[in-house]
Design a protein around this ligand. Structure first.
Ligand code: CA
Length: 219
């Protein structure tokens, strides 16, 4: 699980980064809103911690842009104690939760676990459906005793499915989670990746629902 931290205050950012790393998250830290927007377009992260008072582009505008692009990544906004209007605006713009500064790092971690759980329906860092196990920290997928390192895009595709076992994802939904906004998507890219994953994990690791899309079984 990889987190994007958007915070221009060095002390607060340092403290959050340390807490996240201690909790085994991978963390990327950017310090202005304009960089945050470009990084988020890469779809590399699974959640965002977003300060609102930022140089170049404020956090609410980052959030508005993010949601207008159809990016549903979980977002927790970080606000000042007296900024009630900003919290309301942030939630209305599509933030999933907020924290009021100064906050306890344990509360931050608990809220992060909660939004990821709500988003994916699973709370364990090791995603499993009883057949396939996926470790988001190492991109390792295993089945039985056999462990396989997935390519970046194989991982992204399988991760998207494993966050919602039993739910069908369409070709468009899978492409949206694997590719950034400006990347060219080959028409058979999804089939190619699924073929690669099945070669490693077995043909029944991912099921094709004819005319609808793909899913992994629910345990
Ligand atoms: Ca700030």
């Amino acid at each position: 699980m990889r987190i994007l931290l958007v915070e221009d205050d060095r002390m607060i950012g340092d403290a959050i980064q340390i807490a996240l790393k201690d909790a085994s998250y991978a963390v990327d830290w950017v310090r202005d809103g304009s960089t945050a927007t470009s990084v988020l377009d890469g779809n590399e992260h699974q959640a965002v911690l977003l300060d609102l008072g930022l140089p170049k582009r404020d956090g609410l505008e980052v959030l508005r842009l993010l949601r207008s692009k159809g990016n549903g990544i979980p977002v927790i906004i970080l606000t000042a104690r007296d900024a009630v209007e900003d919290r309301i605006r942030g939630l209305d713009l599509g933030a999933d939760d907020y924290l009021v500064k100064p906050f306890d790092m344990n509360e931050l971690l608990a809220r992060l676990r909660a939004i990821i759980r709500r988003k994916g329906g699973q709370s364990s860092p090791l995603l499993t459906n009883g057949k396939v196990n996926l470790n988001p920290a190492t991109r390792e997928a295993s089945r039985g005793d056999a462990s396989h390192l997935l390519s970046s895009r194989e991982f992204s595709l399988l991760h998207a499915l494993m966050l919602q076992p039993g739910s069908i994802l369409t070709r468009a939904e899978l492409e949206e989670r694997i590719y950034g906004w400006n990347e060219e998507v080959e028409s058979n890219a999804v089939d190619f990746l699924i073929h690669g994953i099945r070669k490693k994990l077995g043909a029944d690791a991912i099921r094709n629902i004819r005319g609808a899309g793909w899913m992994v079984d629910k345990s």
